[in-house]
Design a protein around this ligand. Structure first.
Ligand code: SME
Length: 151
């Protein structure tokens, strides 16, 4: 069973939207709820695509200097450039990683898609090596799908 309960977070997002929450509040809620899952979820970042750049619009956890990431750069930019979610079991093993801190060991990027369009991404950092199973990925996709509907 996955650590993250994507269906519960998706339903909280839908409820918040019904109660009038706007884009910023929904992105912040998603970041907060994902981080609240606890280990292996250390920090959650919501990067949204503005032209050829990913812009950090909400996060929960450790601060990052990477508030603007060009498409193609780092793990985040690679996800957009390739159109593929990224699951990096050990960030020390890859060359195109943009480090936020020295504790992070692994990273998961799940794209937020609406039809053929990429709206942005959920980016998760973990201090644990290789924690993101297919089940964790699937739970994060449920959150991404809810955001794509509601934003
Ligand atoms: N590590 C990411 C940058 C974003 S921070 O992890 C929040 C990357 O390589 O794209």
């Amino acid at each position: 069973m996955a650590v993250l309960d994507g269906a519960a977070i998706a339903s909280q997002l839908r409820q918040a939207a019904q109660n009038g929450a706007g884009r910023q509040a929904l992105l912040q809620l998603a970041a907060d709820r994902i981080r609240a899952a606890g280990s292996p979820y250390t920090s959650a970042y919501l990067y949204m695509l503005h032209g050829q750049e990913l812009v950090l619009e909400a996060f929960s956890g450790r601060e990052t200097d990477h508030t603007h990431i060009p498409v193609g750069k780092g793990v985040c930019g690679t996800a957009v450039a390739t159109g593929l979610d990224q699951n990096v079991p050990d960030v020390r093993a890859i060359g195109n990683y943009l480090a936020c801190n020295l504790e992070t060991r692994s990273e998961l990027v799940v794209l937020i898609r609406r039809g053929d369009d990429i709206l942005g991404q959920i980016d998760i950092d973990s201090d644990v090596v290789d924690p993101f199973t297919a089940a964790e990925e699937a739970e994060n996709r449920r959150v991404a799908e809810a955001l794509a509907e509601l934003l």
